[in-house]
Design a binder for this molecule. Structure first.
Ligand code: PLP
Length: 382
């Protein structure tokens, strides 16, 4: 049996949504289907504002146009943004592209999210933003980060790309900081192939984001009938998602609880089925934060050394099971070493996680039977 790492669950409802959008011929962005999906997203997350974007990467770039990403201004040369080195390249790239400096710090072992103690010692008067990741849809130490950043007056941006449907004490991840991004890439729990969203709370930031969303124009106000013509009023980009995809996304958003429940069933099965590996001291695994209801986006374990991680990944592949590694530490990347001077930076946990993490197949298209096959194969290859 071949078990792929992941496969989105797309069916007749998504196909009908696409056909509906095609038939009504309104496939550009910011049309009725986008407005509907945005309303749906606000309802689901409790965020005051939501703007659909072509991906999470651009949602963060859009956020940087609002000025909310830098205490009292826009991000630029001389500014620093603290973020985990164990994270996706998009955010670090957007910071560097603005001439600001990504400052990479250590993660915590339990969730692989940003470590507030490391953040506290990295904050300087140049720190304009702290960017945290809810890895695998699991809440990072938000209380710790909010305390540290609140004290120093530094805004937090939550990379909630993987966190649709995840909550901490009932509050949706992505609604704790100054802004957040969500991803609807095909690998995510809820998908429209490629897609994303920016969540915001502040009215002023939302007004700027609306302008930046539409290439620096007041087209959104025009579409609402508030003005006769639209024109250039700020800086921005082309950050709008097609209504074709927004219609499909709306259907997937309706299915959030179902899609997350399917992942969680597999996540729980893996967690129970690998206890023996942790008891033997061979791996460490996620310890979900108290009060966090997560969405089962990723199931991971970190092997005691790279040889074991490779043996597991290669061995499972030999059994037709696509297990895989994840992010390569950003501070050790060629770009960071060459342009950000990170050569001497020592982040031991990040390095171990980057070298030794193993993710097992997990998606809403999987079933218990396949997950049990994975557990049996794991016993065989370790
Ligand atoms: C934590 C995290 N942030 C951001 C992204 C980028 O998402 P997108 O592909 O929607 O830009 C990813 C992609 O996997 C991710 O895992």
């Amino acid at each position: 049996m071949q078990i792929p790492f992941g496969q989105p669950s797309l069916g007749a409802r998504e196909a009908r949504a696409l056909m509906r959008a095609l038939r009504n011929g309104r496939v550009v962005g910011n049309g009725v289907l986008s407005l509907k999906a945005q309303a749906h997203l606000r309802e689901l997350t409790g965020a005051r504002h939501a703007l659909l974007t072509p991906n999470a990467t651009q949602a963060f770039e859009l956020f940087l146009h609002t000025g909310a990403g830098a205490a009292g201004g826009f991000l630029g040369p001389g500014d620093e943004v603290i973020l985990p080195s164990f994270s996706y390249v998009s955010m670090a790239n957007a910071i560097a592209a603005r001439g600001a400096t990504p400052v990479f710090v250590e993660i915590e072992r339990e969730t692989l999210g940003l470590d507030p103690v490391a953040v506290a010692s990295a904050i300087t008067e140049r720190t304009k933003l702290v960017l945290t990741v809810h890895y695998g849809g699991m809440a990072c130490d938000l209380d710790g980060l909010l305390a540290v950043c609140g004290e120093r007056g530094v805004p937090i941006f939550e990379d909630a790309a993987q966190a649709i449907g995840s909550t901490l004490r009932g509050q949706h991840l992505g609604t704790f900081g100054a802004g957040a991004c969500l991803s609807f890439h095909a690998t995510k729990n809820v998908t429209c192939g490629e897609g994303g969203a920016l969540l915001l709370d502040d009215e002023g930031a939302m007004r700027m984001a609306e302008i930046a969303h539409e290439k620096g124009t007041n087209r959104s106000a025009f579409l609402r009938g508030e003005i006769d013509k639209y024109t250039w009023v700020g800086t921005g980009g082309s950050y709008v998602l097609s209504d074709l995809l927004a219609g499909m996304l709306d259907v997937q958003l309706e299915r959030t609880a179902e899609l997350n429940a399917r992942r969680l069933e597999i996540w729980d099965l893996y967690q129970a089925g690998t206890q023996w590996l942790e008891d033997a001291g061979s791996v460490f695994r996620c310890v979900p934060r108290t009060g966090c209801d997560h969405n089962g986006h990723i199931w991971w374990m970190v092997a005691q050394d790279q040889a074991l991680a490779d043996r597991i990944i290669d061995g499972l592949r030999g059994e037709g099971i696509q297990a895989t590694f994840h992010y390569q530490a950003l501070h050790a990347s060629p770009f960071a070493r060459q342009h950000l001077g990170t050569d001497g930076l020592d982040l031991p946990l990040t390095t171990q996680v980057s070298d030794c993490i193993v993710r097992l197949p997990l998606s809403s298209s999987m079933n218990r039977k396949k997950a049990e096959t994975v557990m049996r194969a794991l016993k065989k290859v370790v």
